[in-house]
Design a binder for this molecule. Structure first.
Ligand code: AGP
Length: 607
């Protein structure tokens, strides 16, 4: 969601802030701004891209060594210059940038208005600047703490004051905030990518904590003003990992990274001789999982689709009943989590507000919660009892691709681990581990045919509606393929269990509604072929994702994209790849903003 960066040190801060905001553009935004705290407080901000802000900053010749920057994804108030962050108090003595939502902002505005405060924006954030001004008696951190005790909602905050040159105060509750430690300089950001080229030494603010940065030191306090210490950690991934690496878009880069990222997800975790797997971070959780009587998966969007695949895998390998819940639905129901229920929270960003809230709800019910996350140190990863990082590396494209296959890889290994302690023998285990080890090179073989998918996308580029159909483990893949197409090419697509087509959607079939079938050789193949015939009999056009060597299907469909044979339990890792590519090339042919599709954000940290 919103991107925040802050700095205090010796460098010329304006270009540093701009460069940091550029590193966070992928998070999706609609306006940007900076505040430089020199002898005076200078704020430059506007709607539009960071490149637009950069021109404004150059023209304003803003000089200083301390400041904050922000890219805003509008939640309250239109994306315009007035509502762009940073926001200030009336006298422009305080400037701040905010990521999150202040839920009681209207009552606070009313209260402050009664004491003479005048507001100039439509945002919730502005109220925090006025509160700090109200409580300020010469000590900025203390005024911040007083203000934060009266707000309700979520925040990642960066605050500067002209009365405190060289100081930046950071605060977090529900939105990520990372502190970067340099020599004679310190940084803060909602995403370490913003300062990674300058330091890898970081600490993570927890909810209810603030940090006070000056060039020489960083102090931490709780909301009750108790001083605390934080452990220094090292970021291991490289800046190159968040660059495009020669690809036209991050999304294509990340689709093509999947042989490597799927391999990374299993690295050090396979025990081929035993036909088993091992996880470092789950040792303590192992007993809980081996005794579990039920599993609940929580997620949103693509992560929810991964949970649906997980449900099939856990039921098949571990013989344990599972449920998959939309995080946003789970958190507002009265979920029944009887003893023996294990909960898995699946989240690439580890910051999705609905999934974080669902995690807290599950823990409130006393259930053990395990994270399946990608971003190390993310809030969900740190709020679960234990978890498994999927090691897919930074996923920059808003449309999730490599995270999905890494989530499934981890869920497969978790299901195998539980299965081996229940009903999967060593022989079957060895077979599955070998099939899993072969997946990366099989994905590579699919990627080698991507020009074919581009040609197919060219044929269908003017279609306005698609149907995606699959059975069993490939039903969630059909949903995922439809979501990919929708979110980056803005073409409507619906995923459905193939058999369900007869119960309604078949009325939609005509030449203008291409149907994508996942028709790999498995136990339901014949049934899927019957469904294909039903579509063709009504003049529908069919694109099939089929198993290499299946020549028979060619006569029954308009187009075929082949994937290598593998164990049926692992087909989703292969069948999703052509669908990711189809969505990508459709979006490119339609001239869409592939990496930053309209209205979407990489991490939805608001409800
Ligand atoms: C997937 O392509 C979308 N960007 C979106 O549905 C995403 O999967 C969802 O917002 C969940 O994000 P998370 O995995 O970071 O929690």
């Amino acid at each position: 969601m919103c991107g925040i960066i802050g700095y205090s040190g010796q460098r010329d801060v304006a270009p540093l802030l701009i460069a940091g905001l550029k590193r966070m553009e992928y998070r999706g935004y609609d306006s940007a701004g900076i505040a430089v705290n020199n002898k005076d407080l200078r704020v430059v901000k506007d709607a539009g891209k960071v490149s637009n802000l950069e021109q404004l900053v150059r023209g304003a010749s803003v000089k200083g060594n301390c400041g904050i920057g922000h890219t805003r994804w509008a939640t309250h108030g239109a994306p315009n210059q007035t509502n762009a962050h940073p926001h200030t108090d009336e006298e422009q003595t305080i400037a701040l940038a905010h990521n999150g939502i202040i839920e009681n902002y209207s009552s606070l505005r009313h209260e402050l208005g009664r004491t003479g405060h005048r507001f100039v924006t439509d945002t919730d954030t502005e109220v925090i600047a006025h509160l700090i001004e109200e409580f300020y008696e010469g000590d900025l951190p203390r005024a911040v703490l007083k203000a934060l005790r009266v707000v309700r909602g979520t925040y990642g905050l960066a605050i500067v004051s002209k009365h405190h040159p060289g100081m930046v105060v950071a605060a977090r509750l529900g939105s990520p905030m990372v502190i970067g430690h340099g020599h004679g300089e310190n940084f803060l950001a909602s995403d370490p990518a913003a300062f990674l080229s300058m330091t890898r030494d970081v600490t993570y603010l927890e909810d209810g904590e603030i940090a006070v940065l000056t060039p020489e030191r960083v102090e931490y306090r709780t909301l009750s003003d108790e001083p605390i210490d934080k452990k220094l950690e090292q970021i291991t991934y490289d800046i190159a990992a968040i660059e495009k690496g020669g690809f036209a878009h991050f999304m294509l880069k990340e689709i093509c990274e999947q042989p490597q990222t799927v391999a990374d997800s299993m690295r050090g975790r396979l025990l081929p001789e035993e036909g088993a797997v091992k996880f470092g971070g789950m040792a303590t959780a192992r007993e809980i999982l081996s005794d579990a009587k039920r599993v609940v998966f929580l997620g949103c969007g693509t992560s929810w689709h991964a949970g649906l695949v997980g449900e099939y895998l856990f039921e098949e390998l571990a013989g344990i009943p599972c449920e998959v819940e939309y995080s946003s639905e789970f958190r507002y129901r009265s979920p029944i989590l009887e003893p023996g229920t294990a909960v898995f929270a699946i989240s690439q960003s580890g910051e999705t507000a609905d999934t974080l809230a669902a995690v807290r709800e599950a823990r409130r019910h006393g259930a053990p919660v395990f994270g399946v996350c990608n971003v190390v140190g993310s809030t969900i990863a740190r709020e679960t009892d234990a978890g498994v990082y999927i090691h897919a590396g930074p996923e920059i494209g808003v449309a999730s691709t490599k995270a999905f296959t890494s989530q499934i890889t981890v869920l497969f290994m978790l299901a195998l681990q539980m299965g081996r302690s229940r009903r999967v023998g060593a022989g079957r285990g060895r077979e599955l581990v070998q099939h899993l080890k072969d997946i990366p090179q099989k994905i590579s073989r699919i990627l080698a045919t991507r020009e074919r998918v581009e040609t197919i996308a060219h044929h269908y580029r003017d279609s306005r509606n698609f149907l995606y159909l699959g059975r069993g483990l490939n039903f969630p893949v059909a949903l995922e393929g439809a979501l990919k197409l929708k979110e980056i090419s803005y073409v409507h697509a619906e995923g459905y269990p193939a058999a369900e087509m007869k119960h309604g959607p078949i009325a939609l079939i005509d030449r203008d509604m291409p149907v994508v079938f996942i028709a790999t050789r498995d136990g339901t193949y014949e049934k899927v072929v019957s469904n294909i015939e039903e579509v063709r009999a009504r003049g529908g056009r069919v694109l099939a994702i089929a198993t290499e060597g299946d020549t028979e299907i060619q006569s029954r469909v308009d187009e075929v994209v082949y994937v290598p044979e593998t164990d049926p339990l692992l087909t989703p890792l292969l069948t999703v790849v052509p669908l990711q590519l189809l969505a990508y090339y459709m979006a490119v042919h339609r001239g869409c903003d592939v990496d930053q599709p309209r209205n979407l954000a990489k991490s939805v940290t608001v409800e």
